[in-house]
Design a protein around this ligand. Structure first.
Ligand SMILES: [Ca+2]
Ligand SMILES: [Ca+2]
Ligand SMILES: [Ca+2]
Length: 618
């Protein structure tokens, strides 16, 4: 672990302290919880009052590692690290040559999905509290017009303890509105992000879950509503009264044929217990929560990755990750925990082999995490993905280190025996570059299809944090129509290659760009949010949450695809969009023929096309 000298820490403490006083002048809320912290001062101890929800008087910065704060992902732990001089907060990136992003850089043929939708609508942000990232989607299968995406949103922080937000669509995902209550903030006061959103079909109620200071000091709670588009309709509830919870996930059983229809599940890491992996459930459609179970203790530390419910059987799966002590390089292991009785009992059904975690460097501001970019280090990521389950088949996507200098590739593993054993990892990205792919997510739809989506920098050669003139990554995707047995070719999902968004918020760890995206399904459609940097504020690329879907609503966009190949040649994929053929990758050394865009000019035989048609779901 990185050690800072006392003098260095004191200097940084003073510097950040002054900054916090300026920002937090007059904001002194009641001290709640945080009882684990006490002054045991050997090293500098904070005696001035800062926002007590962030850092109570007497907090001893020397206890950060003993309390596991360096391992936590939530934004309060990040703010504590910043305050104690153990992490750097966000800052506008150095001035860049171009202040305007060229919107039409490297446009996509819309291979998957339709037009991208910016969830930050209306866009009213300015200054530095402009971060929206880390997403989860939910939808109403009985009214497919209704989709909610929850995410972290720093617009009101730290003046108010509210770093949580959501956007709601009532037109099937064509447009979204960011929720703003009469307070001018999101409806989720006193919560610290880590988004979970669920639609409970049995009760017709929408639930968000966040790290919640009103549930034991720093527990799990949130807000629920039957009319989520009404920002003033959300009412508060608690899932777990805790003092040091982190990195929760949630899932709901929306299958009326399931023996556990309506059950809801929330998993998390409880750092008051050292980081134990825990789960609670509700058997009354979210009215009350209990049945607390421990899935893994803190040694080794198992990160809560995500929880999911089998769409057919109602079995519940929690994916965890052993991060091998963190840092870079480090090894990861995937773990699966399962309940077949609605959350009453659980078993660790699978612990996978160690593999090298993704990344390119240790994050400069917190040596526990690996970062996907260097110069400066940016985008902390340990390989976390998402499980999906349908009819006893379990798929899990994740990222691992690539060959040589390649910072990451994305993989799927598949189990056909309910998560007991998994087959060989399947690499989802087929590019031949050494560019990073990372932070994948996976949705399972009712027709047995899967859609994996991930961050992918194969179309760029370099990335520059916050610089709107340097295109960096696009969301790429890969679809399976047979529950993960086989996969179509990987293709573009988002519409442009976005710059690498910076982190301008001084209260958020500078390498933070969101830790996950939890995608979901709507009948046969796949709903996928992500963080994108194409929208500039103050001439900087910054973090906005975006949304697109495949196979569902919005109409149009029938993709007429063909696998084009020649004997002994690598397969290429072409798609027809709006009556025009587009190859997704131009074969090296070949030019587009002027008379027929379906074919690439070369001296050999013509390409052969095997037709397939993607129809929108009805
Ligand atoms: Ca790669
Ligand atoms: Ca798109
Ligand atoms: Ca933003």
């Amino acid at each position: 672990m990185k050690k800072k000298s006392t003098s260095q820490s004191a200097f940084l403490n003073l510097r950040v302290l002054i900054g916090l006083f300026v920002v937090l002048a007059g904001v002194f809320l009641a001290l709640v919880g945080f009882g684990a912290f006490s002054a045991q001062a050997q090293k500098p101890t904070i005696t001035q009052s800062i926002n007590p929800l962030l850092l109570p008087p007497g907090f001893d910065c020397a206890q950060i590692r003993a309390l596991g704060i360096d391992k936590q992902e939530n934004l309060r732990s990040g703010a504590i690290m910043i305050f104690c001089g153990e992490a750097q907060g966000g800052t506008p990136s150095p001035a860049v040559a171009f202040s305007k992003f060229v919107q039409n850089l490297l446009p996509s043929p819309l291979a998957f999905g339709a037009a991208d939708v910016d969830l930050i609508n209306p866009q009213t942000d300015a200054g530095t509290h402009i971060t929206q990232s880390e997403t989860m989607a939910a939808a109403n299968p009985d009214n497919p017009d209704q989709i909610v995406v929850a995410y972290n949103d720093s617009r009101s922080f730290p003046n108010f303890n509210n770093i949580s937000g959501a956007s709601v669509s009532t037109d099937g995902g064509t447009t979204f509105m960011r929720l703003t209550a009469a307070t001018g903030r999101s409806p989720f006061d006193n919560t610290f992000g880590d988004p979970v959103v669920m639609y409970n079909r049995a009760s017709g109620m929408w639930f968000t879950v966040w790290l919640d200071v009103a549930c034991g000091g720093f527990g799990l709670g949130g807000y629920k509503s039957a009319t989520p588009w009404d920002a003033n309709s959300w009412s508060h509830f608690c899932v777990h009264n805790g003092s040091s919870d982190d990195r929760e996930s949630g899932a709901v059983d929306n299958n009326p044929a399931s023996p556990h229809y309506g059950n809801m599940y929330v998993s998390w890491n409880n750092f008051a217990l050292g980081g134990n992996l825990m789960v609670r459930s509700s058997t009354d459609n979210g009215a009350t929560w209990g049945n607390e179970r421990q899935l893994a203790d803190a040694n080794p530390f198992i990160r809560d990755v995500q929880v999911t419910v089998d769409l057919t059987t109602g079995d519940v799966y929690v994916a965890g990750m052993d991060e091998g002590g963190g840092g870079f390089p480090h090894n990861d292991r995937n773990l699966i925990f399962k309940s077949t009785d609605g959350g009453n009992t659980w078993a660790n059904t699978y612990t996978g082999p160690a593999f090298p975690g993704p990344g390119v460097t240790t994050c400069a501001s917190n040596s526990y995490f690996a970062c996907m970019f260097s110069g400066p280090s940016h985008w902390r990521h340990e390989g976390w993905g998402q499980p999906a389950a349908n009819n006893g088949v379990v798929n899990l996507v994740y990222a691992q280190d690539g060959a040589g200098s390649d910072p990451g590739d994305v993989y799927n593993i598949r189990s056909t025996d309910g998560g007991a054993t998994f087959g060989a990892p399947f690499k989802l990205n087929s590019d031949a570059t050494t560019r990073p792919q990372w932070q994948p997510n996976l949705s399972a739809a009712e027709d047995g299809s899967l859609l994996a989506v991930w961050y992918d920098a194969r179309e760029s050669t370099t990335c520059a944090k916050g610089n709107p003139a340097v295109p960096c990554y696009r969301m790429w995707a890969r679809k399976s129509t047979d529950n993960g047995a086989t996969w179509l070719a990987d293709m573009e999902f988002s519409d442009v290659v976005t710059p690498l968004p910076g982190q301008q918020d001084p209260n958020i760890v500078t390498e933070y760009v969101g830790d996950y995206d939890y995608s979901y399904h709507l009948l046969n459609a796949h709903l996928h949010p992500w963080v994108d940097g194409r929208v500039t504020i103050g001439g900087q690329s910054q973090q906005d949450t975006f949304f697109d879907q495949d196979g569902g609503g919005g109409g149009g966009n029938i993709a007429f695809g063909a696998r084009a190949h020649r004997a002994r040649s690598h397969n290429r994929l072409a798609t027809m969009v709006s009556g025009r053929w587009r190859h997704n990758r131009r074969p090296a050394g070949r030019r587009r023929r002027s008379d027929d865009s379906r074919r690439w000019a070369d001296s050999g035989q013509p390409w052969i096309y095997d037709w397939h048609i993607h129809l929108p779901s009805v």
